[in-house]
Design a protein around this ligand. Sequence first.
Ligand SMILES: [Zn+2]
Length: 554
Amino acid sequence: MRNFLTTLVAALLPATACAQAPADPPAQAAPGAPKLLVVISVDQFSANLWDEYRPHFTQGFARLAQGAVFHNGYQSHAATETCPGHSTILTGDHPARTGIIANVWTDQSAPRTDKNVYCAEDESVPGSNSTTYTVSPKHLLVPTLGELMKTRWPASRNVAVSGKDRAAVMMTGHTVDQRWYWTGQKYDTDLAVSAPRVVAKVNAAVAAALAQPREPLQPTPFCEAKAAVIPIEGGGKPVGAGQLGRAAGDAAGFRASPEFDGDTLALAAGLIDEMKLGRGAAPDVLAVSLSATDYVGHTYGTEGEEMCLQLLELDREIGDFLSLLDSRGIDYAVALTADHGGKDVPERERLAGVKGAVRADPGLRAGVIGPKLVTQLGLTGPGLFGDLSGDMYVDRSLSPANRGKLLAAAVAAYRAHPQVEAAFTAAELAVTPVPTGPPTDWSLKQRARASFYAPRSGDFVVLLKKDVTPIPDTTRYVATHGSPWDYDRRVPILFWRKGRAPLAGETVVETTDIMPTLAAWLGVPLVPGSVDGHCISSVAECPAASGSPERGKR
Ligand SMILES: [Zn+2]
C-alpha cells in the first residue's frame, strides 16, 4: 500500500487518455492565481490529532505545514457531523445557511414509510430511502466555490473524489463536471457523465486488492509505544493494539485503513491527468475527501496504535500525491482541513485521566423517553423521534395542544438528566441571532443556532455534557464525534502554495473562512455579506468591501 498510489498512477497514466481541456475564454483570474486548487478534507482529523502528530509527520503533512497553518480552526456549529462539516468548507456558510443540519434528519411529512432523510439524497425519487438512497445535492441551499468559478469562467472544472458520497456532493454542489465516491463496492457517481477511463482501472485495481488479504502494517517505534489493549464497554471488541491487517474480502477492514485513502488519492491523481486539470486557461478545483481516518476513529478510537499507523501512512500518501502533482508541472495550491474533529474511547480516556469520560445512558434514547412521557400524559404513539442527542422531533400526529405538552415534558426530562448539558427548543433557537464573533466565544445556544435550519431541524435539540460518548452499544463503532465541544469542533486549516512564506500562530479561524480566502486567491468576487466566512487577510489579498453579484442563494 505504501506505494500503491504511485505505482497505480504510473501504470495508468502513460495510456494516452486525456480529454482535451475545452477552449477557454480569456482568463480573468487574479494575478498569480493557481491553475488548480486542491481542497483536501481529512474526515475526523481533529486539531488535537494534528497537534499530537505534527512533530512526527515527515512527508505530505510536513510539506503542508510549511504553508499557512491554523491549528485553531473551527467547524463552529454544534452538530459536528460529516455532511454539515463538508457543507461549510467550500460554501463559506454555516449549516444554518447551507441547510445541511445533520447527516440524517426527520421529515414526518415525507410521503414514504421511512421518515428519515439522508442529507445527500433525493427523497422524491421512488425507492429512495435514508439508507438505500438516490444520491443528490438537492438539499444543499447555497453554491460552492467550484460553481462560482464555473459561472465566472465557463471552462473551469469542478471535480471531487471521496470515500463518502455526502462529502463529494457537499464540496461540489449542483453544477459539477465529475464527482466520484466509494459506495462500498466501487467508486461511482450520481452524475450523468461518461466515466473517465481511470475510474474503471482504479475500480478493477481495488477489487483485485480487496480479494487478497492485507498484511498488518509495520509500526514505527512511536506507534508501537501506543499499542495497549483497551477493553471496551457495551459489547465491543477491545481496541488499541491493531495493525490494520485484514482478511480477503473484508470491506470494513479495507475502509478503516490507509489503503482506502491511497485508492481515493490514486483516483484523484488519475482524474488530474485524464481531465488535464490545472492545464486549461481557467482555474479548476479538485475536492478530495479522505474518509479512512474517520472509519479508523470510529472503529478503534483516536489514541491507539491503529490511528497512529493510519495518520503516518496518510502522511506518506499525501506526500506521494503532491510529488505527482509536482512531476506534472501543474501550478497548484492546496487547502486542507477536516469536516469535524473527534474523540477517543472513554475507556482509554479515563486511563489518561479524563475522569468524566463515560458512555451515554441508553435511557436517553427518544425511543425510551418518548413512550414513557406518552404514557404519563395519557397520549398514544411513540411521542418522540430522534436518537439520544441532537435533533429531536415531537410526533406530528398529536394535536397541537398535546404536542405542546409533550414538548415541554420532553425538554424538562432531558434537561433533568445528569448527562445532559443543555436542551434548546426550536422556538428558542429561531429567535437567537446567528453568531458572528470568534467561535471560541460562542455559547452552546449559539453553536446550536449555527446548526439550526427551521424546515429541517428538530422541535428541540439535546446537547450532552462534555466527555459523554453517545454510543452505549459498541458492537459496531466504539468512538464518535458530533458534539458541540471543542474536541469535535477544532480542526486544522492549512493553505499551501509553492514558494509561499510559512505562517503559523494561534489565530482563530473558521472552516467557513476557507471559501472566501480561496475566492480571493483566485479572483472570484463575492457579494459582501453573502457568505458567513471571512477572507483571511494573512493568507490572501482580501478584496475591499465590494464585489460583483455572482453569489446568489439557491
Ligand atoms: Zn466525517
